[in-house]
Design a protein. Structure first.
Length: 339
């Protein structure tokens, strides 16, 4: 199974978002020599799995643009034959910084924008975050980056605005939008409602896209989306650039390493080991949590669902956050029942 990789290059963040995975918003940047060592581990692991081509690496944090040597990090990744994608709030990016990152080899940027209006976005990400994010997006576009807006669906805050992000993406001239569900982890687990009608929000998003003849990318980063083509074929087939199957635990696995070296699976909060103490390949092959996720079988209504082969019962990160069981069925699915 082909692995993908995520590296938190810093624990520092300039915002204090209500749905942050972290338990706090302070930390330190990862030293370049440590970045180099971790990337070497990533490279060894992907070669172990038979991947001799270009690897895929997401750079996050904290807020990665607080790292003083981010351009050098991107150059290091390129040296190891990784294509880097930056996950950022964009509030610290101006045109010179955007061009510096572009010259270093960065081409793809995911910008967090959790509302279609200033009021909603700032209620989640803090005062004065909207204008700075919009300015950062403009700078990235001028530096010829592929920019995608990313919104986290948060009940009680922004579900009603998610469809309007399509209109905003047009106004900003970006490539499209990506939508994902809030995960009960870190700050989100303590201070937010993390259960809601995410399915209907995704349907409303698709209906809006059809109504405005949207011709940009729509990426749904959630197993709940796998069943949409089965449930709404007339709706989904009318969209040219729709991806409903971005989450595929049976085809690819996301290896996450944080700034302290802790290893985790995708957005599941449980720590599996530490790269400074454990062999990454061994941890990934033998940890019981990963075994439970890989071996989970259909329960209840999942057994007769057309989407099972891709969905695999839902999001392990969500079920782990809600139930402390990464192999439990995802109760947010409208098709779920015990029998």
């Amino acid at each position: 199974m082909k692995p993908r990789f995520h590296l938190d290059v810093t624990g520092v963040c300039n915002l204090a978002c209500s749905h942050c995975y972290q338990d706090d918003h302070v930390g330190r940047p990862l030293a370049l020599e440590d970045v180099d060592r971790i990337l070497a581990m990533f490279d060894r692991m992907r070669r172990h799995h038979g991947d001799r081509g270009e690897g895929f690496l997401t750079l996050g944090g904290g807020e990665p643009t607080t790292h003083p040597d981010l351009a050098e990090v991107i150059k290091l990744a390129k040296r190891y034959n990784f294509t880097s994608r930056l996950v950022t709030n964009a509030t610290l990016i101006d045109l010179p910084r955007a061009w510096a990152l572009r010259r270093a080899g960065l081409k793809m940027v995911q910008v967090s924008l959790d509302g279609a209006t200033r009021e909603t976005h700032e209620a989640i990400r803090g005062p004065r975050s909207w204008d700075r994010a919009i300015a950062g997006i403009s700078a990235l576009r001028k530096a010829r980056m592929v920019v995608i807006l990313n919104a986290v669906m948060i009940p009680g805050h922004n579900l009603g605005e998610i469809p309007r992000l399509l209109d905003l993406s047009r106004q900003l001239g970006v490539w499209g939008i990506k939508v994902q569900r809030v995960v009960p982890r870190g700050h989100a687990a303590r201070g937010l409602v993390t259960r809601g009608d995410f399915h209907q929000t995704l349907v409303a998003l698709l209906e809006r896209a059809v109504s405005i003849r949207y011709r940009r990318l729509i990426m749904l980063f959630d197993p709940l989306a796998h069943n949409l083509p089965n449930l709404y074929p007339e709706l989904t087939r009318r969209l040219w650039f729709l991806s409903t199957d971005m989450c595929h635990c049976d085809r690819t696995e996301l290896v996450e390493v944080d700034v302290d070296g802790a290893i985790s699976y995708c957005r599941v909060g449980q720590k599996l080991g530490n790269v400074w103490e454990d062999d990454l390949i061994d941890v990934w092959a033998n940890h019981p949590l990963l075994g439970a996720i890989r071996e989970r079988g259909p329960r209840g209504a999942c057994g007769s669902c057309a989407a099972w082969s891709g969905c695999r019962g839902g999001c392990p990160a969500v079920t782990h956050g809600l139930l402390q069981d990464a192999s439990a069925p995802d109760l947010a699915c409208p098709a779920w029942s015990e029998a």
